[in-house]
Write a protein that binds this ligand. Sequence first.
Ligand code: ACO
Length: 436
Amino acid sequence: MTPSDVKATLSFSDGSPSMDLPIYKGSIGPDVIDIRKLYGQTGKFTYDPGFLSTASCNSTITYIDGDKGELLYRGYPIEQLAQNCDFLETCHLLLYGDLPDEAQKKDFTARVSNHTMVNEQMQFFLRGFRRDAHPMAIMTGLVGALSAFYHDSTDINNPVHREIAAIRLIAKMPTLVSMAYKYTQGQPYMYPRNKLSYAANFMHLMFANPCEEYEQNDVLVRAMDRIFILHADHEQNASTSTVRLCGSSGTNPFAAIAAGVACLWGPAHGGANEAALNMLGDIQKMGGVEKIGEFIKQVKDKNSTVKLMGFGHRVYKNYDPRAKLMRETCHEVLGALGLQNDPLFKLAMALEKIALEDDYFVSRKLYPNVDFYSGIVQRAIGIPVPLFTAIFALARTVGWIAQLNEMIGDPEYKIGRPRQLYVGSVARDVKPITQR
Ligand code: ACO
């Protein structure tokens, strides 16, 4: 980290001695004030629930400028990656720091392809679930269970183990997500086809059956690949921070990624694409475009808990750049499938237009995020709504691993252990039960 010439000085109004705090400069983005010695020198903690002003690590992977609506993976703008690269190239970039050349791409693709199958025992593990289980409940279990199958890659402190665990996770996630889907449908699991691209293999795993070949549609494969690229990493969001925190105890990579899957499930995070599509369905049932005004009124009502799902973001205070790309993909997919008049898409467009002009949303800088469109695209591809977040988890796995490996490789890393402001009872004595 590069120290700045400027220092921050913390002073106290009760006459306690002031303290100089070093400031570090990032390559872009806000500087950080280093408060690591604060407690030792002053006996005080900082208070920042929700990490509104706290950098939990330094990272070279992803940069977001929320005001500009800019997203860079290893310095490359997301728009350029989405136009010019495929998902496995993006994985190589996130994991190793740069885009692969042709030979590196061939080698990386071969390494990933070699690990697409899962242990045959995995299907018996799946059988323990109810057929109507939510795919994210299944995925949390399956990903955690990988650590029971791959004992040779569970030492997080061993770089060789970390590398093989990374490749295994990226390779096996499509197989596991499709198994979670096929199980709920009562259909046989499909084996991966290693000659296909990563996204085409996923479509095969999902939609082929042993009786019929699945005919790939290039537009849909490209859309799937783009969904993967756009969701691959997003710096220190809730699930990534969960993976880092979980991994900081030295647990194995599969367990740490399972923790990320669990966190992603929440509707304020990865579950928003499912929630956004369900919301569109509810408005449609209420009467469609005609009822948008009524719905927006509920959203703005301070006493209601209704939110415009797929809108708003902790970091983006401008249009989410991923939403722009997803919107474009949405048009392509609906065009290719002849669904331009899809009522939910028309409703989404009308809702977006109204929300972008409404002062409530404008003044709070609430713009559509990626989830607003990704649900419509996935639904058009034929992916059932409850599987949306599992697909997000598939795509985000590479980001989680890249972030986890970066943390373990950082000589300054420590077990994550936040402190608290205790406001509970002071010490008191336990009375015998008859006197309580
Ligand atoms: N609909 C209506 N009002 C909203 C919305 C929304 N989607 N999002 C934020 N607001 C309002 C809040 O009520 C608050 O209003 P107030 O100042 O009058 O109290 C103000 O905007 C600020 O919102 P916060 O909740 O403080 O913003 P925060 O950064 O904590 O939350 C979050 C961000 C969780 C994403 C929020 O915008 C949200 O719940 N959005 C809907 C869910 C969603 O789409 N999540 C996907 C995130 S992207 C991703 O994970 C890929």
